[in-house]
Design a binder for this molecule. Structure first.
Ligand SMILES: Cc1ncc(COP(=O)(O)O)c(C=O)c1O
Length: 379
């Protein structure tokens, strides 16, 4: 806003620039912005102040050189692929990923002549063998959705680079509070800001961070041309969420760790998946990769399959069935019918995503309240 209104004052909270287009003084000013990188905005699908600010803040949090905001987490993955992969090239991906990511790679990119191979990213020998086919990207989740399998990002980065491949890490479950993939050698980090970072289930956004300055124009071009851009209000909300991310994440991780141990003792719970526990296959990797907590996500396997899950939902309405994650209070989801609905039954079985599996996104409310509601559901 102009000096005429604000004088020497300025708002403590940044304004929402809810404008799809900007006014430009003349053609020379336009050229200076477009050709010479002078500050300024033209059209919100290309760039706008709220996204620019948020991108910078997140890049800082992720220790990346640059950051770009996208309309969703899926848009962030799309932007990376569109900026880096050519027709005929290959992607190597973890065989434990969010279901929509797998659909993007196999179903959508397959139509454009890109082949995706899936590998157990916790088996470094298998990864190295697969890298010999010279994929352009290796794509993994720091902590996988839903069974919170943790990968050794530094080891994967070394292997990928040895074979001329770029490592992309989806850090949505961990957030930069627990690990910063760029510090461990990733070439790109991406986040669904929809989850813990915005943190209040009222935003859909994504983030791409990187270090290679040459890649930034390609990402920006993909975001603009493929229509993956964010809107100002969501960016403003996400910036507000980011301010308390550290506090929320640490409180939620503490709750989740205690809840996981408590749940393991409860009747009707066949198995608990949480990476701080001795029975989690990746405890040792998690201790190396994560710092300050083991995450706010955990899974439990209920005795009695789908019927037991339905009974749990009716008996414990205080833990809403709400198929997302990262809300301020605890919610649950059912991966077999939501995030992995379009994954084949055989593949779900291989991953351990059974009909009795409940995924919990643990919030920051008092642990006793979560336990009391869980006890109702389990009874
Ligand atoms: C691990 C992970 N990555 C990416 C996404 C996609 O994010 P969005 O829903 O913001 O597109 C999700 C969504 O659930 C997710 O869980």
């Amino acid at each position: 806003m102009s000096k005429q209104f604000l004088g020497e004052t300025a708002p403590l909270v940044p304004p929402i620039y809810q404008s799809s287009v900007y006014t430009i003084p003349d053609l020379d000013a336009l050229d200076a912005i477009m050709n010479d990188g002078e500050p300024g905005f033209i059209y919100a699908r290309d760039a706008h102040p709220n996204a620019k600010r948020l991108g910078q803040l997140l890049a800082q949090a992720e220790t990346a050189e640059w950051g770009v905001i996208t309309s969703s987490g899926m848009a962030a993955i799309s932007a990376i692929v569109l900026a880096t992969v050519q027709q005929g090239q290959r992607i190597l991906a973890s065989n434990r990923l969010y279901g929509r990511t797998v659909q993007l790679f196999t179903q959508e990119l397959g139509r454009f002549g890109v082949t995706t191979e899936y590998v157990d990213a916790n088996d470094l020998v298998a990864v190295e063998i697969a890298l010999q086919k010279k994929p352009r990207l290796l794509f993994v989740e720091t902590m996988s959705n839903p069974l919170v399998r943790v990968v050794d990002i530094a080891a994967l980065a070394d292997l990928a680079h040895k074979h001329g491949c770029l490592l992309v890490v989806d850090n949505t479950f961990a957030t930069p509070v627990l690990t910063r993939p760029m510090e461990l050698g990733a070439d790109f980090v991406m986040e669904s800001l929809t989850k813990m970072i915005a943190g209040h289930s009222d935003v859909t956004l994504g983030f791409v961070g990187g270090n290679d300055a040459d890649m930034l124009p390609a990402i920006n071009t993909a975001v603009s041309i493929w229509g993956l851009a964010s809107n100002p209000f969501d960016c403003w909300l996400a910036e507000r969420g980011l301010a308390t991310l550290d506090l929320r994440m640490r409180a939620a991780c503490k709750n989740a760790e205690q809840l996981a141990d408590w749940l393991a003792e409860q009747p009707g719970v066949l198995r608990v998946w949480y990476p701080s526990r001795d029975d989690h296959p990746d405890l040792a990797v998690a201790e190396r990769v994560l710092d300050g907590g083991f995450g706010h996500m955990l899974c439990i396997e209920l005795e009695g399959g789908r019927d037991a899950v339905n009974r749990f939902m009716h008996a414990a309405p205080g833990i809403p069935f709400s198929p997302s994650l990262g809300h301020s209070s605890t919610t649950l989801s059912h991966p077999a019918t939501t995030s992995h609905r379009y994954t084949s039954p055989a593949e779900r079985k291989r991953q351990g995503i059974t009909d009795g599996l409940i995924r919990l996104s643990v919030g920051v409310e008092a642990l006793e309240g979560i336990q009391a509601e869980m006890a109702k559901g389990l009874a």
